[in-house]
Design a protein around this ligand. Structure first.
Ligand SMILES: [Zn+2]
Length: 230
């Protein structure tokens, strides 16, 4: 469609420009990264497309630097597709990320979903690992490498015994954040095992000396004692 391709070209140009101007390339990834946007990008979506573009150049080099597999490069070029009629807010497949036009129309503040999806692009986990780890690490990365302020999205301040580190997404992410404070480097080690396809639950004990269940109990108790953030 002519209109779409015109916008696609415009946004590809804007993407290059913003990346160049913000100078993100020098600080993290050695090679430059790039983004093209296509799909149903109407003029109404232009502001959010611009924010996603800026966020891409902020987040992606840092995600590559921390999470890229040493012996297999993460994609340097990402295709972002604005999709109408998606049943989920977004998904990542290889180097292509689809975002829902309807979701972004209703939740234009949720641009950090891109950081979550970009994490999947770098993870490239083989399919045998547990999805709660995949999603937990993606939300953990969203917290750290997404915008400082993420309206409508945060990790829970506290966790309960009824929940579990297997609950995925933000709950697992909160557990991982706590875990990495207590045992620095643990998230990276677990991530690497996921990437190698050798992750097992016992890895928590191998890395920290405590089982996942013991760590979870400790995490719940520890967070319960912390004062609420001002
Ligand atoms: Zn995900």
């Amino acid at each position: 469609m002519f209109l779409m391709s015109k916008w696609s070209v415009k946004w590809a140009m804007a993407a290059s420009l913003i990346g160049f101007c913000t100078g993100q390339w020098g600080m993290a990834a050695q090679e430059s990264v790039s983004l093209t946007i296509s799909g149903e990008v109407s003029p109404l979506m232009a502001p959010v497309a611009g924010q996603l573009t800026a966020l891409f150049y902020e987040s992606y080099p840092r995600l590559i630097e921390r999470f890229e597999k040493p012996d297999r490069s993460a994609p340097r070029h990402i295709r972002l597709v604005f999709d109408k009629g998606l049943t989920v807010p977004a998904y990542c497949s290889g180097a292509e990320i689809h975002v829902s036009v309807e979701w972004l129309t209703q939740h234009p503040e949720d641009v950090a979903l891109l950081t979550h999806e970009l994490t999947h692009a770098v993870q490239a986990y083989p399919p045998n690992g547990p999805s709660w780890m995949t999603e937990g690490i993606a939300d953990y990365a969203r917290l750290i490498y997404g915008p400082k302020v993420q309206p409508g999205w945060s990790l829970p301040a506290r966790l309960t015994q009824k929940q579990s580190y297997r609950n995925s997404y933000r709950i697992t992410a909160r557990f991982l954040q706590w875990l990495d404070e207590k045992h620095p480097g643990t998230v990276d080690k677990l991530h690497r095992l996921m990437q190698e396809g050798t992750f097992k639950l016992e890895a928590f004990q191998t890395v920290t000396g405590k089982t996942a269940d013991e760590l979870w109990q400790e995490c719940v108790a520890d967070l319960a004692q912390r004062k609420a953030a001002p």
